[in-house]
Design a binder for this molecule. Structure first.
Ligand code: ADP
Length: 240
């Protein structure tokens, strides 16, 4: 992050996984992957796969955590030990604590939990394969899982990563690109309302580069949003 790559990662305009700079990896989405949860989804961006599970709204204990006028949402992001080549030590660490917090915040503007005072919606993201951009993959999965759990939301949340490697602006960083990027930016947004709900940047960009990347990210989030909608429609068609 925030450094020049040791080797060339873009040769003749093509990335190491044969993508063009503005090309996302193949995106796969599935809703209803865990029968015991209220809502669940699995999303893959290439070799990165995250599963999200939603439980609630349900009573929140201990009671002193309850909010009398609204429900709350809690989130736990976790990367499985087997999700990366070098085994990741299990359990929470500083990175997963930070990601759990920013992912929760990226849903705060869309959730309408006023009808569920004193309740909690507990959400879990498990990254089962990590090849870059896990936080945004997890957010896309959680958005589908919350919708399938019937949690009232003003809009879905769609997310993607953008960045700069070898002086080239790119979208959807894989693990190699992420580790060698001059800059990487995670973006989540409410696409219909055009509200950005997560913006995190590592490294250095000029203002022009940043604005170009933000526009690219918005376009990619809109594509992801269309696929999220199509996935939900396909799952629930005929349920009315
Ligand atoms: P994101 O996954 O959202 O891009 P980071 O920038 O923190 O978040 O991580 C980039 C990538 O680095 C991850 O997607 C994963 O492929 C790899 N990675 C992160 N943490 C570890 C770890 N503990 N061990 C091995 N690889 C890791």
């Amino acid at each position: 992050m925030g450094k020049k790559a040791d080797k060339e990662l873009i040769i003749g305009g093509i990335r190491t996984d044969q993508r063009l700079p503005d090309q996302m990896r193949d995106v796969e989405m599935e809703v209803g992957v865990i029968t015991s949860s209220n809502g669940s989804a699995k999303v893959s961006f290439g070799k990165t796969t995250a599963i999200a599970s939603v439980h609630g709204p349900r009573s929140l204990f201990p009671k002193f955590l309850q909010e009398s006028t609204t429900g709350i949402m809690r989130c736990r992001y976790n990367m499985a030990p087997f999700s990366v080549d070098d085994r990741k030590s299990p359990g929470p660490d500083r990175r997963s604590t930070e990601l759990s917090k920013v992912i929760r915040q990226s849903f705060q503007p869309t959730l309408m939990l006023e009808d569920y005072p004193k309740a909690t919606v507990d959400t879990f993201i498990e990254v089962i394969e990590a090849d870059g951009s896990t936080r945004v993959t997890g957010i896309n999965a959680l958005s589908l899982a919350l919708a399938s759990a019937g949690i009232p939301m003003k809009d879905l949340v769609a997310a993607c990563s953008v960045g700069k490697i070898d002086d080239t602006l790119i979208v959807d960083l894989n693990g190699l690109e992420d580790n060698n990027s001059e800059s990487d930016v995670a973006v989540a947004m409410m696409p219909r309302k055009n509200i950005v709900t997560l913006l995190q940047m590592d490294g250095v960009l000029t203002k022009e580069e940043f604005m170009t990347l933000l526009n690219t990210a918005k376009k990619s989030c809109n594509k992801i949003f269309e696929q999220q909608q199509a996935t939900l429609m396909e799952k629930y068609k005929g349920d009315e």
